[in-house]
Structures are given as structure tokens and as C-alpha cells.
Design a protein around this ligand. Structure first.
Ligand code: NCD
Length: 369
């Protein structure tokens, strides 16, 4: 099921993106709250290329950009005081047209912990959209108030429309069943901390692979790091969309298998990425009720897994991971939450061009081969 026109998949995004970056740089400098010119000389090329950038999918970032973000997040974690004023005077807007707990609070906490401030709404019923305002008009308006926007919307493509209308960087916090790039940043940081790498892994993705946008973003990005064997575990009704499979097919070092039984493959996995069946994207409640409890990971199933397999989940969970798994050292999903905040701190400061004091970008080490 192809729900969305695909990006080129290269490390040098072209086209609409380049146009927006050009506009944003100008707007960004004009609205810089600190009143300082941007010192591009203090940025490495990987950092420079993120300034003013909108992030709709992680294809918008190069592998070097993503590696820089991973390094920045690690730095931030151990240098909280040093970075606490990185974004002084900045304002983030969180425009959330769909429910959220972690993602919105994480975007907001990230900006607050960098010294910036936050405005926004959580729930479309609170915004002028109920009066009939378009996303474009909302973004043209909000661009006058803030330096960066995080948007979540139930429609695929809404974040791209928002980025085209905005004159400040826009970060996609989830657009329908399409993509969720900042969740992928959290997932990558978690894999990196568990395995010291994000490639050369066998990764099982289990549950709602049709509507689970976190899965789509993660596969797209892992293909760029390469050498990943994907085991796609779902009922036949919730298989991975073709445009995502095409991405794996186009990556010679990656492969996939589609299976419906978790227990028969769990022993092969380095990481198991569980997902919730996305109730809100079903047209028919009976289908949801029939499919929602297809997979429940519990200690009995984990007994069949490798001793160092990592269990990831973007959360919220419903029934798909039993609570007894929480105490298993393989459970990594609450670490993912922390990593999500750190990666959003890294991303927000990077698109704003705000240098993290003390972060020596020249010491960055490539994660990718
Ligand atoms: C995910 C989402 O919104 O796509 N949640 C999140 O952002 N951490 C996953 C989900 O809702 O199931």
C-alpha cells in the first residue's frame, strides 16, 4: 500500500527541501531572538547542513547528520548544565492535531532544558482548524511567533505541507500512518547504546506494520546504515506497505522476511521492535478487535530469545508487552523514552544553529561504516 510519494533516498536531498532551506535560513537569521549573526565557522559541515532544515522524514538528513545527532545526544546526557542555555531566547511551537503524551512532552521538555520556551496546542479542537483554517495558514501565522515548529497530524503529508508554508524549520512529529522521524532518532540511539552500532543486526518488527509509522521511519533509516536483516512479523492484514518493502529491496546489504509467527523467529533476533495495533487508523472496529491481541510478548516467549536481545517499543503499549517483561534487562522501551528527549534536544538545537557549549564536533565518530 503506497500512501505517500517517496523521497529519493539519497544523502543529498534535492528539490523542495533545498528551496525551503534557502527561505528558512533567511527567515531564521531575521528572527534570531539573541540578535546575533549565525557563526557558521563554528559548525562542522554535518552541523552546518542542518541549520534551518525541516525534517519530514529522516531522508532529509544525511547519515553524517544523524551520526552527529547521536553524538550530540550522548554529549547532552552527560553535560546537562553546560547545555542548559543553548537555546536561550528561542521559542518552539508544538502543533498537535492528534493525541500524544511522550512525543509532545519530549519536544517541549527538550526545548525547556535547552533554555528555550514553548507555545502550542494539544488537540485540534483547541485550534482555529475547527473554524476551517488550513494547515498552510496556521503555519504562516505561527512562523511569525516562533523559531521552530513540531507538528503532529492525522493526515499523511500534512507535515510536508506545513514545511512548505512555514518560514521556520518544521519537524514532523508523526503524519498519519506515514513517518515519525524523531521516534526513529530515539530508536537509533537505543540500538546504538545497546549494541554500539545500528547496523549488522537482525531486527524483528512486530505488530501493526501497515499503519505503524514508527516502523516505516525506522526501516527507511536503517537501510541507509545498511547490513540489516529485517524479520517483519504481522498478521496478513497488517503487513508492511510496498513502498517500505521497496526501500529494503533497493538496499543490497539489507533483506527481509515476512512471517506471522513470533515464537518461531524470536531466537534469531538481536532486537525486537513491538508495536501497538493502531486503532485510530482502522475503518472497521471489528477488524481492530480481531487483530489487536495477535502478539503478546511475555516472559515465556522471551525465554526463547537471545540473552542480550533488546525489546523496543515506541509506546504507548496496550497489551502487546506483558508488564512482567518490564523488569527483564532486555526491556529497552523506557530507555527509548529518555533517548527520545536527548535526540530532540540535539535536533532542535541543530536546526536552530545553536551550538552546544563544549561539544567538540571534530571528535565525532561515524556510526556507519
Ligand atoms: C507512536 C506514534 O505516535 O506513532 N507513539 C509515539 O510517538 N511514541 C506509536 C503509537 O502511537 O503506537
Amino acid at each position: 500500500m503506497s500512501r505517500w510519494p517517496q523521497h529519493s533516498g539519497t544523502d543529498s536531498p534535492q528539490g523542495w527541501h533545498a528551496v525551503i532551506v534557502g527561505e528558512v535560513k533567511h527567515g531564521h537569521l531575521a528572527t534570531r531572538a539573541k540578535g546575533e549573526p549565525l557563526d557558521m565557522h563554528s559548525h562542522t559541515p554535518a552541523e552546518q547542513s542542518m541549520v534551518g532544515m525541516s525534517v519530514i522524514t529522516l531522508d532529509d538528513l544525511s547519515v553524517a547528520n544523524i551520526t552527529t545527532l547521536l553524538n550530540k545526544a550522548r554529549y547532552i546526557d552527560t553535560h546537562r548544565r553546560e547545555v542548559a542555555h543553548t537555546c536561550d531566547g528561542r521559542v518552539l511551537a508544538t502543533l498537535f492535531y492528534e493525541p500524544s503524551t511522550r512525543t509532545r512532552l519530549s519536544f517541549e521538555t527538550a526545548m525547556l532544558r535547552l533554555g528555550g520556551q514553548v507555545i502550542g496546542f494539544a488537540g485540534a479542537q483547541l485550534a482555529s482548524v475547527t473554524k476551517g483554517e488550513s494547515i498552510s495558514d496556521t503555519l504562516k501565522t505561527v512562523s511569525n511567533y516562533v523559531d521552530v515548529v513540531a507538528i503532529r497530524h492525522p493526515k499523511e503529508g500534512a507535515a510536508l505541507v506545513a514545511a512548505e508554508a512555514a518560514s521556520v524549520p518544521v519537524i514532523n512529529a508523526g503524519d498519519g500512518g506515514h513517518m515519525h522521524p524523531t521516534q526513529t532518532l530515539a530508536d537509533l540511539a537505543t540500538l546504538q547504546s545497546r549494541f554500539g552500532r545500528v547496523n549488522d543486526l537482525t531486527i524483528g518488527l512486530c505488530g501493526d506494520l501497515t499503519f505503524g509509522r514508527t516502523v516505516h521511519s525506522l526501516i527507511e533509516t536503517l537501510c541507509r546504515f545498511g547490513n540489516v536483516r529485517f524479520i517483519l512479523i504481522s498478521p496478513k492484514e497488517l503487513r508492511t506497505p510496498q513502498y517500505v518493502l521497496n526501500r529494503i529491496n533497493a538496499t543490497p546489504s539489507c533483506s527481509y522476511e515476512e512471517v506471522s509467527d513470533l515464537t518461531s523467529v524470536i531466537g534469531d533476533l538481536d532486537a525486537l521492535y513491538m508495536t501497538r495495533v493502531q486503532k485510530e487508523r482502522f475503518f472497521n472496529e471489528d477488524d481492530y478487535l480481531r487483530l489487536r491481541d495477535t502478539y503478546i510478548l511475555d516472559e515465556a516467549k522471551l525465554a526463547l530469545a537471545k540473552p542480550d536481545m533488546a525489546v523496543l517499543h515506541p509506546l504507548p503499549r496496550v497489551n502487546e508487552i506483558a508488564k512482567d517483561v518490564d523488569n527483564d534487562p532486555r526491556a529497552a522501551y523506557f530507555e527509548q523514552v529518555k533517548n527520545g528527549m536527548l535526540m530532540r534536544m540535539a535536533l532542535e538545537s541543530s536546526v536552530l544553529g545553536d551550538t552546544l557549549p563544549g561539544f567538540d564536533a571534530f571528535e565525532n565518530k561515524e556510526v556507519a561504516a
